[in-house]
Design a protein around this ligand. Structure first.
Ligand SMILES: C[S@@+](CC[C@H](N)C(=O)[O-])C[C@H]1O[C@@H](n2cnc3c(N)ncnc32)[C@H](O)[C@@H]1O
Length: 308
C-alpha cells in the first residue's frame, strides 16, 4: 500500500473501534489499537493511503498513543492482532530530558524532595503552595494535573480531595513517571493516572473544574506548548480555573538573570522562551483576557491563573 505522509491538520472525531496501526519506522514494530470509539480523542492525520482511509495518531482508553510525524502507518487486521503495545516518547523529551525523566535510572536519582527543592533554588514548597492556594481548600468535582512532578505536589492535591464528589486525574506521556507517581500516592479510586500527551488530551470539552500545569511548559517546544495550553483551555469548564507555574524572566537586579541563563540554555533549551515571551501569547485568543500573573523570587518564577 502506498502512503502519502505528513501531518495534515488537527481534527476531533471518533476513530473506528476496530482501527489498529503498526508503526513501520520503529526497529521493533510498534502497534497500538483504538479499542473503543468513545475513548478516542484528538487525532492527527499522519498518513493517508492512496485511495484508502486515513491513519491517525490516537489515544485509546489506556492512553496509548501512536507517535506523531511518523513515516507511515499500516492498518492491522484487528485490535486483537496488535503486537505488544509500546509508548511513544516525544522527541524533545528523548533528546533533551532523557536524563531527567526518560532514563530508567532518572526516577531513582531525581525523586527526592530536597533535590526538587534545590533545582527550584529552595522554592519548591513556596511554588507548590502558591499554586494550590489558587484552588478551593476542598477539591470538589474534577481536578486535572497535566504532567507528573517530582516531589509531593500530587500528594498535596490528593489530601484535598473530599471523601465523595472529588476526583484527580494526572496525565503524563511517560509511563515510568506515572509508575513513580503511583508508588508515591495512597491507593484511592478517586485518583486516576493516564499515559497521555498534554498536547492531545483524551478528555471531553469542559470536563474539569480545575487544571494544574506545574513546570511543564518550559520543557516543551513552542508548538507543543501552544497545543498544551489549547487543550487545558478546552477541557476546563466555564468558570473553571487553570493554574500554571513556571519560569519567567528574572528582574534586572536578580543575579540569576545572568547566571542561570547559560544553565537553562544548556540543559533546558525551550525554557528561555518563557524569558522572552509572555505565556499569554501562546494561549487561545479567548483565554488571553482571562490572565492574572504574579511573579516571585526576583521574577524567576511566575504563576498564571486563568478563569474560563
Ligand atoms: C511537569 S514537568 C515537572 C518538572 C519539574 N522539574 C518537577 O518535577 O517538579 C515533568 C514531566 O512532564 C512530562 N511531560 C513532558 N512533556 C509532556 C507531554 N507532552 N505530555 C505529558 N507529559 C509531558 C514528563 O514526562 C515529566 O514527567
Amino acid at each position: 500500500m502506498r502512503l502519502r505522509t505528513g501531518v495534515e491538520h488537527l481534527i476531533r472525531r471518533p476513530c473506528p473501534a476496530d482501527l489498529a496501526f503498526a508503526h513501520t519506522r520503529s526497529p521493533q514494530p510498534v502497534a497500538t489499537a483504538c479499542t473503543s470509539a468513545a475513548s478516542v480523542i484528538d487525532s492527527t492525520i499522519v498518513a493517508r493511503p492512496a485511495g484508502g482511509r486515513p491513519t491517525w495518531t490516537a489515544l485509546d482508553r489506556g492512553g496509548l498513543m501512536l507517535q506523531k510525524n511518523q513515516d507511515a502507518c499500516l492498518p492491522l487486521q484487528s485490535p486483537a492482532a496488535a503486537i505488544p503495545l509500546a509508548h511513544s516518547v516525544p522527541a524533545y523529551l528523548d533528546t533533551y530530558y532523557w536524563w531527567a525523566y526518560v532514563h530508567p535510572q532518572a526516577v531513582r536519582v531525581f525523586e527526592r524532595q530536597w533535590l526538587a527543592n534545590a533545582i527550584l533554588w529552595g522554592n519548591y514548597a513556596r511554588l507548590r503552595d502558591s499554586a494550590l492556594a489558587e484552588f478551593d481548600a476542598t477539591l470538589k468535582g474534577r481536578t486535572l494535573q497535566v504532567a507528573c512532578a517530582y516531589g509531593d505536589l500530587t500528594n498535596r492535591l490528593c489530601t484535598r480531595l473530599p471523601e465523595r464528589g472529588g476526583t484527580l486525574d494526572v496525565v503524563d506521556v511517560l509511563p515510568i513517571q506515572l509508575d513513580n507517581l503511583r508508588r508515591k500516592l495512597p491507593a484511592s479510586d478517586r485518583v486516576r493516572l493516564h499515559t497521555m500527551d498534554s498536547s492531545a488530551l483524551g478528555f471531553a470539552d469542559a470536563s474539569f473544574d480545575r487544571v494544574l500545569l506545574f513546570f511543564l511548559l518550559h520543557e516543551q517546544p513552542r508548538e507543543v506548548r501552544i497545543a498544551t495550553l489549547a487543550e487545558a483551555w478546552r477541557v476546563v469548564k466555564p468558570g473553571g480555573r487553570i493554574v500554571i507555574v513556571d519560569y519567567a524572566l528574572p528582574d534586572r537586579a536578580n543575579p540569576l538573570r545572568y547566571l542561570f541563563r547559560p544553565v537553562l540554555a544548556a540543559l533546558e533549551p525551550f525554557a528561555l522562551d518563557l524569558w522572552k515571551s509572555e505565556i499569554a501569547q501562546w494561549l487561545p485568543p479567548p483565554a488571553r483576557a482571562a490572565v492574572r500573573k504574579e511573579t516571585c523570587f526576583g521574577g524567576l518564577y511566575q504563576k498564571i491563573v486563568l478563569t474560563r
